[in-house]
Design a binder for this molecule. Structure first.
Ligand code: GLC
Length: 483
């Protein structure tokens, strides 16, 4: 594909910002949109193209923004809509796109829709959520479990005597996606933000939007906590794709597709042009840092995705242990190797804030844990070198700060910036095909496009590699070669 025709989201590197912890402009200890605005210089200097912001909409924060009480207004602690508009305008001026996190699976129990729905059996919004009578013995209508803690996914609403479904916390109530009005309401939410200029959405829980219509019990060997109607979920994705395809310039839909089977993952792309543009590859995220398993995930993904399907690769996010700890055991050589692979694959890489520093997981004292699922260690404030006063989570001291790393040409940050620049300058890395090359055990080697070869030694031994003209790679060394 000639690169000028390649859509921006295929050429882009995305950078996920956990807003509460990126940068704080008003000194209240919580990151905000003004903080992002002040750090756009940094983002630009780093060389990423688009920012995915964790939810910025109004929320009682039982699940830090993933329990939405108003889809079309901005959380006051982040600076409200004014701050959002200022950020959008300045990002736009610099050619940096903003992708929002959208949570269509559930709302907060404080959302006016749910308040109305729960007010009576006859409420016009009753059917916007999923209600059932408990069984005669008072137990839940089926065996579905909540993803948090594994208790029943059903909670009794004493006022009406019925139970409502929640795939996550009882305060995060699942919307009924079989209801056409719900579909229209979320269409309106999308339009609201697209009209304001956002470049697209990261779709929360994209793999499980529509539930089994008959609410049948999970089979004993089920991977999922609830039973999903996949075909109907795909139909909803097609509806959204049509909606965003009506916008110029191109917008992107990036799904949180938390499935471990690659064939199933491929299904989220539909024909390759009619469902998600990008679907996060969790089998890659959770593969061990070793040549064979990573190569295997990438090869099979390349095979299984429909023609026109474009992979999305990431190593960390706000729900999982940061990759330098999870995959690399804190060994910086390993983290460098992993980063090099991430940024040279065919597909759109997504960096999580702090990845560029090689930032490991931060140990959080028990009394400072704020998250329902104890994910705080991956959500700590970015160590800029100073500006955090009384931060909501402790700032880790296990990695050199942005300021220190910026002035050190050998730092992890400098490596990351160089790799991003290299990627941006190479049509092979941006658009070229992926082909595995033969390599000795422990080494992952591949060709990108016509003239670029990547080899990463994911082992503790020095290895000579034919694919790179017989050069020797030190343990955990990676190389990008123009041939
Ligand atoms: C997604 C989010 C996670 C959240 C959950 C419920 O998995 O990434 O942070 O807790 O959805 O909304």
């Amino acid at each position: 594909m000639p690169s000028s025709r390649q859509p921006w989201w295929q050429r882009a590197v995305l950078y996920q910002i956990y807003v509460r912890s990126f940068a704080d402009s008003d000194g209240d200890g919580v990151g905000d949109l003004g903080g992002i605005l002040e750090q756009l210089d940094y983002v630009e200097w780093l060389g990423v193209d688009a920012l995915w912001l964790s939810p910025v909409t109004v929320s009682p924060d039982r699940d830090w923004g993933y329990d939405v009480a108003d889809y079309t207004d901005v959380q006051p602690v982040f600076g409200g809509m004014d701050a959002f508009d200022r950020l959008m305008a300045e990002a736009d001026r610099r050619g940096i796109r903003i992708v929002l996190d959208l949570v269509p699976n559930h709302t907060s129990d404080r959302h006016p829709w749910f308040q109305e729905a729960r007010s009576s059996h006859d409420s016009p919004r009753r059917d916007w959520y999923i209600w059932r009578d408990p069984k005669p013995d008072g137990s839940p209508p089926n065996n579905w479990r909540s993803s948090f803690g594994g208790a029943s996914a059903w909670t009794l609403d004493p006022a009406t005597g019925q139970m409502y479904l929640h795939s996550f916390l009882p305060e995060q109530v699942d919307l009924n996606w079989w209801n056409e009005e719900v579909r229209e309401a979320i269409d309106d939410v999308m339009r609201f933000w697209l009209d304001r200029g956002v470049a697209g959405f990261r779709l929360d829980v994209a793999h499980a939007i529509v539930k089994d219509r008959g609410l049948r019990d999970r089979p004993p060997d089920a991977e999922t906590h609830v039973v999903v109607d996949l075909d109907e979920t795909f139909a909803v994705l097609r509806r959204w794709r049509k909606l965003v395809d009506g916008y110029e310039p191109d917008r992107v839909l990036m799904g949180e597709t938390w499935v471990m089977d690659l064939a199933r993952l491929a299904g989220f792309y539909g024909s390759g042009h009619d469902q998600l543009h990008l679907a996060f590859n969790f089998p890659f995220v959770f593969a061990p840092l070793a040549a064979e398993p990573l190569r295997d995930v990438v090869e099979r993904s390349e095979e299984l995705l429909p023609a026109g399907g474009w992979p999305a690769w990431t190593l960390s996010n706000h729900d999982i242990v940061r990759f330098p700890t999870r995959m690399c055991g804190g060994d910086e050589r390993k983290a460098r190797a992993a980063l090099l692979a991430l940024l040279t694959l065919r597909g759109t890489p997504v960096l999580y804030y702090g990845d560029e520093l090689g930032m490991p997981e931060v140990k959080i004292p028990l009394e400072r844990i704020r998250d329902v699922d104890a994910r705080d260690g991956a959500r700590t404030p970015l160590p800029w070198n100073g500006p955090w006063t009384d931060p909501w989570l402790p700032v880790g001291d296990n990695v050199a700060s942005v300021a220190e790393q910026r002035s050190d040409p050998d730092s992890f940050l400098s490596l990351c910036r160089e790799l991003l620049a290299r990627r941006r300058a190479s049509s092979d890395l941006l658009a070229g095909a992926y082909d595995t090359l033969p390599a000795p055990p422990g080494v992952w080697a591949f060709r990108r496009g016509e003239r670029t070869i990547v080899a990463v030694n994911l082992s503790d031994d020095s290895v000579e590699v034919d694919a790179i003209e017989g050069r020797k790679l030190a343990p955990w060394e990676g190389i990008i070669l123009d041939v």
